[in-house]
Design a protein around this ligand. Structure first.
Ligand SMILES: [Zn+2]
Length: 128
């Protein structure tokens, strides 16, 4: 994958603008920021609303794991030796730990659909 010569980021080929001279090896974001192309010309640009929507979809996808680790940490620190609630919450946490991977597995296709919907349409021109 090529590297942008302005921001030194590595992106797939469709994230680069086309052209020679100042437009060669420039990613779409740097192209828009430096005025080499307009936002309408580059179909593969992730604008702010798309980027925010993708970020929130990712957060929704991975938040159960974050909550699980927070709850396990809370149990280890606070509830470990409280009788009898330590045992009850341990059973609940074990159940959640078993259910969360299944939940994430069954909703992975929905997440992939959301991410596909939030990926800008782009058709690579011939020769690129
Ligand atoms: Zn760049």
């Amino acid at each position: 994958m090529p590297t942008c010569r302005h921001c030194y980021s590595v992106y797939p080929r469709e994230q680069f603008i086309h052209g020679n001279g100042p437009r060669s090896q420039v990613c779409v974001r740097c192209g828009v920021e430096k005025g080499l192309v307009t936002e309408e010309e580059v179909a593969s640009l992730y604008n702010n609303s798309t980027a925010n929507a993708r970020f929130s979809a990712l957060a929704r996808r991975w938040s159960p794991l974050m909550w699980l680790s927070v709850l396990w940490t809370a149990w280890i620190v606070f509830l470990n030796d409280v009788e009898p609630w330590g045992l009850y919450t341990l059973i609940l946490l074990a159940l959640f730990s078993l259910v969360v991977p299944l939940y994430m597995f069954f909703f992975s296709s929905k997440h992939m659909a959301v991410m596909a919907r939030l990926t800008p349409e782009y058709e690579r021109p011939k020769g690129h």
